[in-house]
Design a protein around this ligand. Structure first.
Ligand SMILES: Nc1nc2c(ncn2[C@@H]2O[C@H](COP(=O)(O)OP(=O)(O)OP(=O)(O)O)[C@@H](O)[C@H]2O)c(=O)[nH]1
Ligand SMILES: [Mg+2]
Length: 191
C-alpha cells in the first residue's frame, strides 16, 4: 500500500513550515516518512502539498501530488485517494509514528473490507490522519467537500468504518500519534 503524507498546511501555530524544520539534521517530515517506509505493508510514499511548496518537497526525493483544493486535510485525502487509490494517510508531523502500528492498521483494513480503518481513543476522539482509506470513500469525500463540510469526522460517520481502539495498545504505540504543532512540542522529541 502507498502512504500519502499530508504536507499542505500553513504551520500557523509553529511559525515557519514545521515539516521542513530540521531535527537531528533531518526535516520533521523525513522522520515521519522514514518510519512509514519501515512498515512492511507500506511500499512507497507520496507527499500531498500545495503548488507553492512543490519543489521543497520534491527535493526530498518523493513523488509530490498537488492539492489545490485549499480546504484542509480532507482535501489532501481526496487528492491522495484519487491519484493512488487505497492509501495509508499520515499527517507529515508525526515523527514518532510506529511502523508496527501502521502495519496493524493496514491489516485490519484488508480484513474488514471497510471504507476506512481509523484509530479511536476511549473518549471517542478519532485520529483520521493516521488511518487507511479505500478509494471507494472518494464519492463521500467529494460530496462533503462540495457541501463545504470539511470535518473529516463528518465524512467518516457517514460510512461504517473499522475503528481501532487505541487504549487497547501498549504505551509505545500511543506515541505514534504525537504530533508537532508548536515549537514547544519539539522539546518532547529531543528528550
Ligand atoms: N494536503 C494538505 N495537507 C494539509 C492541509 N492542511 C493541513 N495539512 C496537513 O495536515 C497535517 C495536520 O495539520 P495541522 O497540524 O493542522 O497543520 P497545519 O495546518 O500546517 O498547522 P496550523 O496552521 O498550526 O493548524 C499537517 O501535516 C499539515 O501539513 C491542506 O489543506 N492540504
Ligand atoms: Mg491546521
Amino acid at each position: 500500500m502507498i502512504a500519502a503524507v499530508l504536507a499542505g498546511g500553513k504551520s500557523r501555530r509553529f511559525g515557519d513550515d514545521k515539516l521542513l524544520y530540521k531535527v537531528d539534521g533531518k526535516p520533521i517530515v523525513m522522520h515521519t516518512i522514514e518510519r512509514l517506509l519501515k512498515a512492511e505493508n507500506i511500499d512507497d510514499v507520496v507527499i500531498v502539498t500545495c503548488q507553492e511548496k512543490k519543489e521543497d518537497f520534491e527535493a526530498l526525493g518523493f513523488r509530490v501530488l498537488i492539492d489545490d483544493l485549499l480546504v484542509g486535510p480532507i482535501g489532501g485525502i481526496f487528492v491522495a485517494l484519487k491519484e493512488v487509490g487505497d492509501a495509508f494517510i499520515a499527517a507529515g508531523d508525526l515523527p514518532l509514528i510506529n511502523p508496527k502500528f501502521v502495519d496493524y492498521i493496514v491489516e485490519r483494513f484488508y480484513e474488514s473490507k471497510s471504507l476506512a480503518c481509523i484509530p479511536m481513543w476511549a473518549n471517542g476522539y478519532i485520529e483520521p490522519l493516521h488511518a487507511v482509506y479505500s478509494k471507494d470513500f472518494l464519492p463521500i469525500l467529494k460530496e462533503q467537500i462540495k457541501k463545504g463540510e470539511y470535518m473529516i469526522r463528518k465524512a467518516v460517520e457517514r460510512v461504517d468504518p473499522c475503528y481501532i481502539l487505541i487504549d487497547d495498545f501498549p504505551e509505545e504505540f500511543k506515541e505514534s500519534f504525537f504530533n508537532i504543532n508548536t515549537k514547544h512540542d519539539l522539546k518532547r522529541l529531543l528528550d
